[in-house]
Structure formats: C-alpha cells, structure tokens
Design a protein around this ligand. Structure first.
Ligand SMILES: [Zn+2]
Ligand SMILES: [Zn+2]
Length: 232
C-alpha cells in the first residue's frame, strides 16, 4: 500500500509493509523497527520527521562521522525541509564544516560548537546576499572559523582568520556572479573552507567533485554557465 505523502528525502511515495524491519534513520543514524520506507528505501524516524530544517541539520551533523562536508551538505539538501533557497543554508555551511572538522581532529565538543554556530547563524537574515553584500553561506564560513578558534571581537589572530575566511568565500561567490543560488554559494563556501583549513590549520578534510542535483528546482539556474552544472 502506498501513501501520497512523499519521502522527506527524495519525494518518492512511501511504502508500508506488513512486517517490521530494523532500519537506520537517514538523519540521526539511530536504529529503529519500522514498516515504512520510500520506494528508494529511505527511512526517517518519527522524531526527525517532525523536526524543522534547522533542527534536522543539527541532528544530522551531531550523528555524522563523515569528514566530507560536500557530501554532507548534498545529503542534507536533499531533504524537503531544506528549501531551494533560504536562510537555513547560513547554518548548513558552518554545521557541516564543524562536524567534519571535529570528526577529523577527534574534537569531542562538537555538540557545543554546533549549538554556538546555530545561534550565530540564526542572526543572518534571508536575502542578506542581495541587501547587505554579504552572502550568508559565506558568512557561515567565518562563523566556522570563529567557533573553532574561539574568536571574539577582541581576539587578534583568531579575529583576523575569521574575517579572512569570510572574505575568501565572498570573493569566490561574487566572482561567479548572480542571481543568488544557495546551492552554488554553499558549495563554493565549503570548497574555500577546505583549502583554508589545509593551508592555515594543516587539517585535511575530504572533498568531492560537485555535480549539482538541484538544477531542476531552481528557476534562475545559470545552467551551463554554472561550474557545478552537471554535463551528462
Ligand atoms: Zn526517499
Ligand atoms: Zn532520526
């Protein structure tokens, strides 16, 4: 029997089986007994199902063991709770970077760092890119560096590194032109951060070649003029 309410991840129909199976939740990685998956075998537990986009990002990053922030961002952005464009991307960027950084260096304060980043990212309003010349995905990379270096307005080197990080992301974002695309700006910001982290902190994260899977949802997509447009 199929349900008209689609999968939270891929939008496919849900399928109810007569028997219960042991399934891993896509977001919190917890193990549950359930009789419902989508046609692509995705399972989301009841708790994760009722979370907002911001909560889902935090849950996913708390439980992920990945050191590849590009892959993490792509997985999260497949959730229907994350809009094509929207301010949740301002938290998504520092969240996947903090999570992969903590996983790479065995930093056990990941929960506190994620919470701090969430509170800071929530202050960056939607549309900041266009009205303040300050794309929130780019600012998210400054939040990332400020959190891992414990920067404050009075800090010296940490202050410099945080602002430099945002600057590098914004230059990359700006040089690829408008109109805004939260997916492109997320990927550009993460790629800049991976390089920055290697150069300034000697910490290596994994990366992936980006072939954007969201182009059909973006009516302003630059298509072949975007470096992430998937050429088949
Ligand atoms: Zn699915
Ligand atoms: Zn879950």
């Amino acid at each position: 029997m199929e349900n008209k309410t689609g999968c939270l991840i891929c939008g496919e129909n849900l399928v109810y089986q007569s028997d219960y199976k042991t399934l891993d939740c896509y977001f919190c990685k917890g193990t549950f007994q359930s009789n419902v998956t989508c046609l692509n075998n995705h399972y989301v537990c009841d708790k994760c199902h009722s979370q907002s986009g911001i909560e889902l990002i935090e849950t996913y990053c708390l439980n992920s063991k990945s050191v590849n922030p590009i892959e993490m961002a792509t997985e999260i952005m497949h959730s229907e709770k994350i809009k094509m464009h929207g301010p949740e991307h301002h938290f998504l960027v520092p969240a996947v970077l903090i999570s992969s950084y903590c996983n790479a260096v065995n930093d056990e304060s990941k929960p506190l760092k994620l919470e701090t980043a969430r509170k800071r990212a929530e202050k960056i309003l939607g549309g900041f890119c266009g009205t303040h010349g300050n794309c929130g995905a780019g600012v998210g990379t400054g939040i990332f560096i400020s959190v891992i270096t414990h920067s404050t307005p009075l800090a010296k080197e940490e202050w410099s590194l945080s602002n430099l990080m945002t600057g590098k992301s914004l230059i990359s974002i700006a040089s690829h032109g408008g109109p805004r695309c939260c997916k492109r700006d997320v990927y550009l910001s993460i790629l800049e951060s991976i390089q920055f982290l290697k150069k300034k902190f000697d910490v290596s994260l994994d990366s992936s070649k980006v072939k954007c899977q969201f182009t059909d949802n973006n009516k302003e997509c630059l298509k072949t003029s975007c470096l992430f447009y998937p050429i088949l």
